[in-house]
Design a protein around this ligand. Structure first.
Ligand code: GLC
Ligand code: CA
Length: 556
């Protein structure tokens, strides 16, 4: 099957179904809710949806723990609803990328139930089972840590052995060294392709191959063991096999999650001739204001620019992903600007991200400038990661609790998972019942309905931005050259394709910043194409950028 690589021209909208739209008043977003918003997506102009997991799941990690890969979560609806959704998307020219969560399953998946039942069960080897260490055999087999805190091993009474779980103990890791497991994964992909899916976002795919013998890791409290399974010994081989058995047979896209991946590794993961993944999400820029994406540190613009610039220089046979938000990070607005300047900051961030080379992702609510939620208490947090960290601090060292509170307020994943703000009606129009998690109280001001009626809104700007990208060759193919890389206030770059140039300048400051057009710029004529204030300088020279001002010029 010929790969048209349609994703290079796509703008992808991520839906976190639990928080998107509730159709039946049980407080939980669902597929019929999504169906009711398809026209909204079409109007926004996005051409593809990435849907976070909607498969059967006991929801220990909100669907990232799957108990049946071939059916839909009861709370979200049925396979028939799903089919109607995908048909409705296709009818509107929107493709669908589903989440593929196959580093692990739920412990409630049939394979795991079988696997844990006895040592000689045919499914035993679908997972990693090992004897414990120590006299009583009750010490974990090695020192690897779970990404969700604590040991990555859980003791299981039935057979007196431990199983490996790099995430929660309800998410046992699949053993990809078993060819049957790899065949199952290919079959699952093909099952959904046959139903009309257009691709997969591959969850923590870089962890699938573990080093033989599962050796102890170097000391590292949070990520111990990484060096033994991040792009492990058989990673490339297994992914290529999956490509051959499934992905190559459809005109699809695949994007892998790439925590800890540097540009050099990325090249070996996504170069077209390798026939593996099409692109990845790097986490590097998510760490410009946090250590390990979780512990806040002051934001430094030069750090962000350096990382993005580096990724803009991926070789031509690789493709890049552009994103600031998803369901695993707090909202971008308060991270990169002051919320008082909501409109300017949100539009400015859209400009600097979407004028780069690569496929942009818009996470639900980003297009209306949703921001973090204030005042969550222990009882309001719903994410297993937030809850684990909070309870751990309380247990081992209570004076740490205020620090954890502070870090969670800034970084908790819950911030991005508050219900979508559709209107100023009760519960932001998300549900007629009681929402599964708190709605951000700012919904009375920040909501879709209000912004639809305001020509100057963030939402209408996103429509303009997305429309501007479409079919724009400079954006698709152009080179990327940065100016003033050391500036802590200004992000300025140029895209150039066959003499057609785009000039982008954006301020990350809440004060006026004077700006000088880079030397050697001879503007015969330049046309203002995007900006985030009512007016903008007509032609480029030196001028003062207002707080968070961003402009894009086409230069001949
Ligand atoms: C990915 C998902 C995240 C999930 C984890 C475990 O990082 O994006 O939400 O918790 O994998 O599946
Ligand atoms: Ca519902």
């Amino acid at each position: 099957m010929e790969r048209t690589r349609w994703y290079k021209d796509a703008v992808i909208y991520q839906i976190y179904p639990r928080s998107f739209c509730d159709s039946n008043g049980d407080g939980i977003g669902d597929i019929r809710g999504i169906i009711s918003k398809l026209d909204y997506l079409k109007e926004l102009g996005v051409t593809c949806v990435w849907l976070s997991p909607c498969y059967k799941s006991p929801n220990d990690d909100n669907g990232y723990d799957i108990s049946n890969y071939r059916d839909i979560m009861d709370e979200f609806g049925t396979l028939e609803d799903w089919q109607e959704m995908v048909d409705g998307m296709h009818a509107r020219g929107i493709k669908l990328v589903m989440d593929l969560v196959v580093n692990h399953t739920s412990d409630e998946h049939e394979w795991f139930k079988q696997s844990r039942s006895s040592k000689d069960n045919p499914y035993r080897d679908y997972y990693f089972w090992r004897k414990g260490r120590g006299k009583d055999g009750k010490k974990p087999p090695n020192n690897w840590s779970s990404r969700f805190s604590g040991s990555a091993w859980e003791y299981d009474e039935t057979t007196g052995e431990f199983y490996l779980h790099l995430f929660s103990k309800k998410q046992p890791d699949l053993n990809w060294d078993n060819p049957k497991v790899r065949q199952e994964v290919a079959d699952i992909c093909n099952y959904w392709f046959e139903k009309g899916v257009d691709g997969f976002r591959c969850d923590v795919i870089i962890y699938i191959s573990k080093e033989a013998g599962l050796p102890n890791g170097k000391f590292n409290p949070m990520l111990c063991g990484d060096e033994h399974f991040v792009i492990g010994p058989h990673y490339h081989e297994y992914i290529h096999e999956l490509y051959e058995k499934s992905w190559s047979k459809y005109d699809c896209m695949t994007v892998g999650e790439g925590q800890g991946i540097k540009r050099k590794d990325a090249e070996s993961m996504v170069a077209e001739d390798r026939e593996e993944l099409d692109c990845i999400f790097t986490f590097e820029h998510q760490e410009c204001d946090a250590v390990l994406t979780a512990v806040p540190r002051p934001f430094k613009l030069s750090r962000l620019k350096k990382i993005l610039n580096n990724w803009q220089h991926l070789p031509d046979n690789c493709w890049n992903s552009l994103f600031l938000e998803n369901h695993d990070y707090s909202r971008s607005l308060p991270r990169f600007g002051k919320v008082e300047y909501r409109k300017q900051v949100a539009k400015m961030l859209a400009i600097v991200m979407q004028c780069q080379k690569g496929t942009p992702y818009v996470y639900q609510g980003e297009e209306i400038g949703m921001s973090n939620i204030e005042g969550l208490d222990r009882k309001d947090y719903k994410d297993i990661v937030s809850i684990n960290i909070y309870d751990l601090a309380k247990k081992i060292f209570p004076p740490l609790v205020p620090v954890v509170r502070w870090a969670l307020r800034k970084r908790a994943r819950d911030n991005a998972r508050t219900p979508m703000q559709w209107s100023a009606a009760e519960n932001a129009g998300f549900t007629t019942g009681t929402p599964w998690m708190m709605v951000n109280p700012n919904y009375t001001e920040v909501n879709v309905e209000q912004q639809q009626g305001d020509p100057d809104s963030i939402l209408n700007f996103y429509k303009k931005m997305i429309a501007y990208r479409k079919g724009n060759e400079v954006i698709r193919y152009g080179t990327f050259e940065e100016y003033y890389p050391k500036s802590e206030k200004i992000f300025c770059y140029e895209r150039n394709y066959n003499g057609k140039r785009l000039f982008i300048v954006a301020s990350f400051s809440d004060k006026n910043v004077s700006f000088k057009v880079p030397k050697g710029y001879a503007f015969k004529s330049s046309k203002l194409v995007l900006n985030n204030y009512d007016d903008a300088p007509v032609a480029l020279s030196s001028y003062v950028l207002r707080p968070y001002e961003a402009v894009v010029y086409e230069v001949e």
